[in-house]
Design a protein around this ligand. Structure first.
Ligand code: SF4
Ligand code: SF4
Length: 139
């Protein structure tokens, strides 16, 4: 796991409600229902490659912490739905991951121009990044 938010103190009183509401609107998920049981993280097959566990992503979104957009976790997520199957609150965490990818792509940060991607890069870029990029221009 990385030090993405190491040492950061997140105060509830400073919660960025707009960020949380935007993720809710884009994902269609009731993020506030998450009570941090950790079931999603224990079910996820990709955590060894992630810098934030899925349950931590959920908590940071609840807290309106935009730094979560810098995490590689949404890009590592393979949309396998193991987490959704295990969530006792019926949250589809894969939808939350997709919402975070969309937010980053729409902000034009790390914007991907497919026509400029070389063969070597194509081997390295996570397929989900290419798919999300295409969705951005077709939806
Ligand atoms: S959908 Fe993503 S976050 Fe959920 S278990 Fe699969 S890889 Fe992990
Ligand atoms: S399984 Fe559901 S309730 Fe539990 S931590 Fe993950 S998102 Fe939250």
């Amino acid at each position: 796991m990385s030090t993405l938010l190491a040492g950061r103190v997140i105060r509830i009183s400073e919660r960025n409600g707009r960020f949380s509401e935007r993720v809710k609107a884009l994902s269609g998920e009731e993020i506030d229902l998450c009570f941090q049981c950790g079931g999603c993280s224990s079910a996820c097959p990709m955590t060894s490659q992630m810098d934030l566990l899925p349950s931590k992503v959920m908590r940071l979104v609840q807290l309106g912490e935009e730094a979560v957009l810098k995490s590689r976790t949404p890009w590592i997520c393979s949309t396998c739905f193991n987490c959704a199957a295990r969530c006792p609150r019926g949250i589809d965490i894969a939808n939350v991951m997709e919402a975070l990818r969309q937010m980053l792509l729409r902000s034009k940060f790390d914007h991907l121009k497919l026509e400029t991607v070389g063969r070597e890069e194509l081997r390295e870029i996570p397929p989900i990044a290419l798919i999300s990029s295409l969705r951005k221009f077709t939806s």
